[in-house]
Ligand binder design. Structure first.
Ligand code: G6P
Length: 474
């Protein structure tokens, strides 16, 4: 039996069903998964995740007890939960991604949304049922005294539910997102707000990427629950139990990243990109198309930069990679369309026969992203709000002489802000000026700052991030 368990919505692998009915397996996407996968393999962790697609469901239904490793897949110990699709959809799309994600990233257009009505109550019940399914599976799989590491806002109720079933376990919860301040968190219906906080307080240890997000969580516990918060020792005591609040920043395994970025597929993308843009300077951004990533303001800032600095016309290209994300949500589809409209306006205004001011790409391509990092002169990372942002850390590792323009609202700004050009993500003019500053920064200065950025970015690779949380559980 395994003594360490991990639970997350998205698992380390996903399956696709092809037309002939066969299943093919590939690695799951996203920052959380890529960080955890290596660690989980090395430590022999048992991972519990949800089936996200018909392909996943097909694979689970053929695996004894949902254990894909026991069905012959090389996944490491993995149990995938076949939660009824309608329940899953309401829990993942309606509650986790349209409500909790919006709250923590401050994304609501409050005159119009949110509406917590009867429909939301049904969605909330599904979120409870989905969390319950995870708690039950963990309770079944965990040996006595095991350590259980619960990940993210999808599973905020699991720690309390699991404690109810299995008081012998040591439970940690980790939030990969920011945490909302109390006045914004309190948009949630009172009972829902309390249930989310009490859910996480079921853990012995609640981890956050920065002290700011952990501080906001403690503020919410105090304001919403009236819990006793000790800021110096970073503990929250509520109804006789104490939870420790930890700060665990997440960085990049620099060696592994370089190894991947030196492979031939990346090199050939570099050659193709170079052929496309010639010797022009490159401003690069790489994001999933999330509302929180602030891609439209980034493009508007580039347009303002072009308008203020005609001397750069023909000498610079902006490579903007905005990869598909959460397309089940209408807001995300509309946002992708807004990004495309804005890009087209810039092209219409500035493109000439021999100059493409902007290359927007909306299809996911990992080796091409690595190639873009390696070629970047300026990397733009301007989220409205972000738990950490690993792009800001990967870029400086792969492009040591590039300048980083970084939002002060990204968690990564705590470690990188001093050596980056930091911006207020809402201030388009300041972002335009920062792009200019990045492009005109003397090379020696860029190299000096780049080395400091890369050192900070690799200081806490996923192995350490995970090990520190295990240690915190004792
Ligand atoms: C980003 C966030 C994570 C989150 C993940 C989920 O990477 O930083 O907090 O777990 O998105 O994305 P998904 O594609 O599974 O909705």
């Amino acid at each position: 039996m395994n003594a360490i368990l991990v639970a997350s919505n998205r698992g380390p692998v996903s399956f696709t069903l092809s037309e002939d009915g066969s299943l093919s397996m590939r690695r799951g996407g996203g920052g959380l998964v890529s960080g955890l996968s290596e660690v989980a393999k090395d430590l022999g962790v048992l991972w519990v995740c949800a089936a996200l697609s018909d392909g996943d469901r097909g694979a689970v239904r053929m695996a004894p007890g949902g254990r894909l490793d026991q069905a012959g897949y090389e996944t490491g110990a993995l149990r995938m939960l076949d939660i009824p699709p309608a329940t899953f959809h309401r829990a993942y799309n309606a509650v986790a991604n349209s409500t909790l994600w919006f709250v923590h990233h401050l994304l609501y257009d409050t005159p119009n949304r949110p509406h917590f009505d009867a429909r939301f109550r049904r969605e909330w019940e599904s979120y409870q049922a989905y969390n319950e399914a995870f708690a039950m599976a963990l309770a079944e799989e965990a040996p006595h005294g095991a350590r259980v590491m619960v990940q993210d806002y999808h599973l905020s109720l699991v720690p309390a539910m699991l404690r109810g079933e299995r008081p012998d376990l040591r439970v940690a919860h980790f939030s990969h997102t920011p945490w909302a301040p109390p006045e914004y968190f309190s948009l949630l219906p009172d009972d829902v707000a309390a249930e989310v906080l009490e859910g996480i307080l079921g853990a012995d240890h609640a981890g956050f990427l920065t002290a700011r997000w952990g501080g906001a969580f403690m503020d919410c516990c105090e304001t919403v629950l009236g819990a006793q918060v000790e800021r110096a020792s970073r503990t929250v005591t509520h109804e006789g139990r104490t939870t420790r609040i930890g700060t665990h920043s997440l960085g990049v395994d620099g060696k592994a990243l370089w190894a991947r970025a030196s492979e031939p597929d990346v090199e050939s993308h570099m050659a193709a990109l170079r052929a496309q843009v010639g010797d022009r300077r490159l401003i690069v951004r790489i994001d999933r198309t999330e509302l929180s990533k602030n891609i439209v303001r980034g493009l508007v800032a580039y347009r303002e930069f072009l308008s203020a600095h005609p001397e750069w016309h023909g000498r610079v290209t902006h490579l903007a990679f905005a990869y598909p994300s959460r397309h089940d949500l209408p807001e995300y589809r509309e946002y992708t369309a807004a990004v495309q409209r804005c890009a087209k306006e810039i092209e219409d205004e500035y493109a000439t026969e021999d100059w493409d001011p902007l290359i927007l790409n909306v299809d996911d391509d990992y080796p091409r992203s690595l190639a873009a990092y390696r070629l970047a002169d300026v990397l733009l990372v301007n989220p409205i709000r972000d738990g950490m942002n690993l792009v800001a850390k990967e870029g400086p590792i792969l492009s040591p002489g590039s300048a980083l323009v970084l939002s002060r609202e990204a968690g990564a700004a705590v470690e990188l802000g001093e050596h980056a050009v930091t911006v207020n993500p809402y201030d388009v003019s300041a972002t335009a000026a920062a792009l200019h500053e990045g492009l005109t920064m003397p090379e020696a200065e860029r190299v000096r700052r780049g080395a400091l950025l890369a050192t900070a970015a690799t200081a806490l690779p996923p192995h350490r991030w995970f090990a520190e949380q295990l240690d915190a559980l004792g």
